[in-house]
Ligand binder design. Structure first.
Ligand code: HEM
Length: 460
């Protein structure tokens, strides 16, 4: 199907990595709807990368905020006045209930406090062996597939799913990974097309064509998880505690409340949905960028080979791999997996000099923030060196994991995993572009490379 709406022409400059074409003229409601269903990012106007704020009215009042002090106000100073918008919640609630990602107020706070210790630096480092094992297995699969071109997006989805299923339900015999994987994929594919109705907060009862999600797939996913949790309760922790053990032991230090089986299941599924594809996307886009910029790739590969030799990376290696880390940081800038976050204003306010009324939809288009000309030099170029001095970057200009109390709980887990897998692959292979097979950035819940990331992997 061809969708016609005014877009900038794709950049002809061969020295820039692929971009989402942004809207240059105001779109009517129907055109916006069509554009948003194809690619939610394509409703972001071009001026969002040149201005601090863009506002409009398409049925309801909305604003896009690219102004760091205004973002700080939303995410940190006035958190209670900017709850997550209906769109996020409506999309995810059927799969992950009132879990950490969705809950607000007191119900969010106790869950966050109970789950926080599981993601402490020490515990994330202790989960390193699961990541190292997945990196090794991935490198072996890539070696076996070569020298043919490999779809590294599929490969990275597999590798990160190995990690998340191992750290959530490690060694559980009753846990059918394939069933959960199928269910998560079915869910994201069927329910994941964010409609503009959702985005702009239309009433709940409006028909949403993309909302025909598979109830059976969801039930299957929940049943599998409940059985695994009950089995673990009976069995107790063995060996290196995984996330399920840590959550089973976790309690809110203030209320001493612990999660019951349903709450544990919703949160573990949240970690799978929130943590697996996002990390796979980071890795796939990082590999695309490495193939796009061979000199940057060689620079990072040289570091990885020096530190690792022939072995897979571990959590202890991460601090010795700053160049690999900078590639991850710059990838998260250019292709932030959560490319747009959305809130609904609860109180009257002013943001970046604009009047905010209760009920307004206030979006932070992280994709546009990361490419805003007022905040970044040469924003569309791939330059990992800009992260050499992270303090020089305005904290609220770079938000791949959000910020404030609701910042991604899995951020350090994700970065550690991405560095371990990327370093292991770069030490062993040289990745090359396959002409004519450029991925196209499309946002369906997350910012995905349509067509896959096809690369040739030559053994070093
Ligand atoms: C590169 C990978 C990842 C990216 C880019 C990412 C991004 C984000 C962002 C932007 C938010 C905030 C959303 C908002 O404010 O509306 C968030 C929240 C969250 N993420 Fe991640 N995430 C990643 C990996 C993970 C992992 C590995 C896990 C768990 C294992 C995870 C679990 C969560 C949870 C539970 C929340 C909700 C936290 C709360 O509201 O208290 N994420 N993530």
């Amino acid at each position: 199907m061809t969708i016609r709406y005014p877009l900038t022409t794709p950049d002809a400059a061969a020295d820039l990595p692929v971009r989402v074409p942004l809207v240059t003229e105001p779109l009517g409601l129907l055109a916006s709807l069509r554009a948003a269903r194809a690619n939610i990012l394509s409703i972001i106007p071009q001026i969002a990368v040149t201005q601090p704020m863009v506002s409009g009215k398409t049925g309801i009042r909305w604003h896009m905020v690219m102004d760091p002090p205004a973002i700080r106000r939303m995410l940190l100073e006035r958190l209670e006045d900017y709850p997550k918008s209906g769109v996020t919640k409506n999309l995810l609630r059927p799969a992950i209930g009132e879990s950490l990602f969705i809950a607000e107020g007191a119900h969010w706070r106790w869950q966050r406090r109970a789950a926080a210790p599981a993601f402490s630096h020490r515990n994330v480092a202790a989960l390193g062996p699961y990541m190292t094992r997945a990196a090794e297995a991935s490198a072996e699969r890539v070696a076996a597939a070569g020298p043919r071109a490999v779809n590294m997006f599929d490969e990275m989805v597999r590798a990160t799913f190995d990690v998340i299923s191992d750290v959530t339900f490690s060694g559980d015999e009753g846990f059918d990974r394939a069933a959960v994987h199928r269910a998560v994929d079915a869910y994201v594919a069927e329910a994941g097309r964010v409609s503009l109705f959702d985005m702009l907060g239309f009433p709940e009862w409006m028909p949403r064509p993309a909302r025909m999600m598979s109830g059976r797939a969801l039930r299957e996913m929940k049943t599998v998880a409940d059985h695994a949790i009950d089995a673990r309760r009976r069995r107790g922790a063995e060996g290196v505690p995984d996330l399920l053990d840590l959550l089973l032991a976790g309690e809110d230090p203030e209320t001493r409340r612990q999660m019951n089986t349903g709450e544990l299941r919703d949160n573990l599924l949240t970690f799978i949905v929130a943590g697996h594809e996002t990390t796979a996307l980071t890795l796939s886009w990082a590999l695309y960028l490495c193939a796009f910029a061979p000199a940057e790739q060689e620079n990072a590969a040289e570091e990885a080979r020096r530190v690792l030799g022939d072995r897979a990376a571990t959590a202890d290696d991460v601090s010795a791999l700053p160049r690999v880390r900078r590639i991850v940081d710059e990838t998260l800038r250019l292709y932030p997996p959560a490319a747009l976050v959305s809130r609904t204003a609860r109180a009257a306010d002013e943001l970046g000099g604009r009047e905010i009324r209760p009920g307004d939809t206030v979006m932070i288009p992280i994709y546009a923030l990361h490419r805003n000309r007022l905040l970044w030099e040469d924003p569309d170029a791939f330059r990992p060196a800009r992260f050499r001095d992270p303090k020089a970057i305005d904290r609220y200009a770079y938000l791949p994991f959000g910020d404030g109390p609701r910042i991604c709980i899995g951020a350090s887990f994700a970065v550690q995993e991405a560095v371990i897998i990327l370093a292991t692959l770069l030490a062993r292979f040289r990745f090359r572009k396959v002409p004519g097979r450029e991925p196209k950035p499309v946002m369906i819940i997350t910012l995905r490379p349509e067509g896959g990331v096809w690369l040739e992997a030559e053994a070093r």
